[in-house]
Design a binder for this molecule. Structure first.
Ligand code: PLP
Length: 690
């Protein structure tokens, strides 16, 4: 049975069942407005009072203020607004307030963005100053000491959301004290709630924002602590709720739920102990080390909360790792949730001075204190499954030999691609136009599959191929010299259909022929097909590789059935047709949604369901196939190879699917462009279908 294993609790956490029940009660039985003085209102007010009293005890609020709000982003706004309004007043009164708004480089974006926003709106014109962290992600106290006397406000977090790194809050307090700094101090306590002991009023912290959804309460509820005597300006004015500190009728469902979570924390009977959380981290880390050779942890465990692991694997991008974990039903994130849709390196890991491959390839695995032993055990099994899937796809080194791939393989980055022509039977292959970004991947692939590379050829003269050739080592056939395109001078002569002389490299039953398109120095094309006894007939040419479409130069030696494989692919077209392209199909006409799929498969029993996710995602998948039909695995990198067959030898309707519907849409568009009448994409992908 497929179950989702949620290991992204630093982004948001599952709601505690008792909190869910309390929220439902606050919307049902006790739906009253706590400001109403009748009995219905009083029943609601009890919820509010009890939740606040619990928070006050648990966080050590003392004589300070504790208000409920919508979450930490609001708490941060209120803290920054309060501090900056007071600073402006002090400055207007002639006081020296300092010139800097100091914040840790690894703060959540809400902090620098709020500082910049209110600094501008209030016309303070103070300078935003980043406080650096060391290699472990801990604030550099020496750097703080240097600027503390100039700081008007200092913002530091208690624990980091990407790495779980715990700040030396006592050390920061000591520096502020030693330097007699008058700075107002905010500590973002979002990731610390329930994980670190807090006694706020015994510190000099002025403001501490909290967020419910990071600790098993719902989204949209948070709290802000303000030290007794610290300046305060409400962000929202109105009916005077929360003692006039935060107007607006209270989010009673959220408060009831958060109250239950806080009460559970106080009782200490619901969440795992610290020792258990440490042992869970050890088990996950051991599983990662066993499954993913070379894995490096980006957070020093000594300095971090036990609930966050942040790691990278040499040779794998965070996208690839995310995809394989997602296929295995393990939800993790790349860096932080906010940035995981972009492939940008993590600014938190950059600030720690980690090399680009570690910050751009980072994966965060985080769990909450509600996690149980069975979930960790299941996660370890799934991690091993991911490792096995990546090994079988040659993405990480393996002792065991992976199944041998055959046919075409297209590796693509940003508008350009490299091609591999593979013949599994003879273990021979040719590399066409290898891009520098693909060299390591191709080398690993060739070595893992034990292929012998017959040639590394280019479609342009003197294009860089040395790096590829060198990387291949003993897997490259050095028997013959090559011309300026990398074409071996000892290639066998074979005429093409129009009588033009060409030379070929044998790859099993097929040959790869080199064709001069124009005069010397012009781009070259390569044709792949099965020759007859005497020549390579145009009708036998399945694929033509060239840097740009060379329809004219190739007419006569190819046919409308030949697929053009470009080595520049700006529009993700994968391959093009030599024939005339059909008119474009509207994207909406290519989409099938989950509900329509079952009917479509019933009315088209011969339809093929094609999973276009990468091989390792297919192998790691635990979810059942959409509509229960067995799917064929054809990653986009193998689309050209299969397109040729689907177009000409087997005209069954095609329904492509992937995780979200993006990649399958590209596949459906490609097949339609090539003239396939019935290619569709499953809208929303596996994420919505299962
Ligand atoms: N601060 C930290 C450290 C966080 O992790 C988050 C959550 O993304 C926030 C602030 C913002 O919290 P909220 O989602 O409650 O606005």
């Amino acid at each position: 049975m497929h179950t989702e294993i949620y290991l992204d609790s630093n982004a948001t956490s599952v709601v505690l069942p008792a909190a869910l029940a309390a929220a439902s009660d606050a919307m049902g039985q006790r739906f009253g407005n706590p400001s109403s003085t009748h009995s219905t209102g009083l029943k609601a007010k009890v919820i509010l009072d009890e939740a606040r009293a619990c928070a006050v005890r648990l966080l050590g609020v003392g004589n300070g203020r504790l208000m409920f709000n919508s979450g930490a982003t609001e708490g941060i706004q209120t803290a920054v607004l309060s501090a900056l309004c007071a600073l402006r007043e002090r400055r207007d009164a002639g006081e020296a307030i300092g010139t800097l708004l100091v914040y840790g480089t690894t703060e959540h974006k809400a902090v620098p963005e709020s500082l910049a926003h209110w600094n501008r709106l209030l016309g303070l014109n103070l300078t935003l100053h980043k406080l650096p962290v060391d290699g472990n992600g801990v604030h550099q106290l020496a750097a703080l000491r240097e600027v503390a006397s100039q700081a008007a406000m200092v913002c530091t977090m208690a624990a980091n959301n990407e790495t779980g790194v715990i700040s030396d809050v006592a050390g920061i307090e000591a520096v502020l004290g030693e330097t007699a700094s008058r700075a107002l101090w905010m500590v973002d306590c979002v990731q610390a709630l329930g994980k670190l002991k807090l006694d706020l009023s015994s510190t000099r912290i002025d403001y501490a924002p909290f967020s419910g959804h990071k600790l098993h309460a719902p989204k949209g509820i948070g709290m802000l602590y303000v030290r007794a005597g610290a300046p305060f300006t409400p962000l929202i004015m109105g009916g005077g709720q929360e003692a006039g500190q935060r107007s607006g009728t209270e989010n009673m469902a959220g408060i009831a739920a958060l109250g239950v979570v806080l009460a559970a924390l106080e009782r200490g009977d619901t969440f795992r102990t610290e020792a258990e959380l440490y042992s869970f981290r050890t088990r996950l880390a051991d599983a990662l080390c066993a499954a993913l050779p070379g894995v490096v942890f980006n957070n020093s465990f000594e300095h971090a909360l036990p609930t966050t692991l942040n790691f990278a694997v040499p040779g794998l991008s965070s996208r690839e790792l995310m995809d394989v974990f997602d296929a295995a039903g393990v939800r993790v994130s790349a860096g932080s949730a906010c940035s995981s849709s972009k492939a940008a390196p993590s600014y938190v890991l950059d600030a720690m001075g980690l090399p680009l491959w570690r910050s751009a390839g980072a994966i965060r695995m985080s769990f909450g204190p509600l996690v149980d032993d069975a979930t960790i055990a299941a996660a370890c099994v799934r991690i091993e499954r991911c490792g096995a899937a990546l090994r079988a796809s040659c993405l990480i080194p393996s002792e065991r030999s992976a199944g041998t791939y055959d046919g075409l393989l297209q590796l693509g980055v940003e508008g350009a691609c490299s091609w591999l022509v593979l013949d599994a039977a003879s273990h021979r292959c040719v590399v066409i136009d290898p891009l520098p970004d693909h060299v390591a991947r191709i080398e690993a692939y060739v070595r893992c599959q034990n292929y012998q590379v017959q040639a590394v050829v280019c479609t342009q003269p003197n294009a860089g191929r040395t790096e590829m050739v060198e990387a291949l080592g003993r897997h490259f056939n050095r028997a013959a010299d090559a011309d300026e395109y990398g074409w071996p001078l000892n290639a066998v002569a074979m005429p093409l259909e129009n009588g033009v002389a060409a030379s070929v490299i044998k790859l099993g039953a097929q040959v790869l022929a080199s064709v001069r398109c124009d005069a010397a120095g012009e781009p070259r094309a390569y044709l792949l097909g099965t020759p007859d006894a005497a020549c390579l007939p145009a009708a036998a040419v399945r694929f033509a590789f060239s840097a740009r479409p060379l329809q004219q130069a190739l007419s006569g030696i190819t046919t409308a059935r030949t697929l053009l494989c470009p080595t520049r692919d700006e529009h993700n077209q994968f391959c093009a047709s030599m024939g005339t392209a059909p008119s474009a199909t509207l994207a909406a006409d290519l989409q099938l949604d989950g509900a329509a799929l079952a009917t479509f498969l019933q009315t088209h029993p011969n339809a093929r369901l094609v999973d276009v996710r990468e091989q390792y995602e297919f192998a790691a998948t635990v979810a059942p196939s959409p509509a229960g039909k067995v799917a064929l695995s054809v990653p986009l990198s193998r689309l050209a190879e299969h397109a040729s067959t689907w177009l000409h030898d087997d005209a069954a309707p095609l329904v492509f699917f992937c995780r979200s519907g993006n990649r399958s849409m590209k596949a459906a568009q490609c097949l339609r462009r090539l003239g396939h009448p019935q290619a569709y994409s499953l809208n929303g992908g596996l994420a919505l279908a299962t």
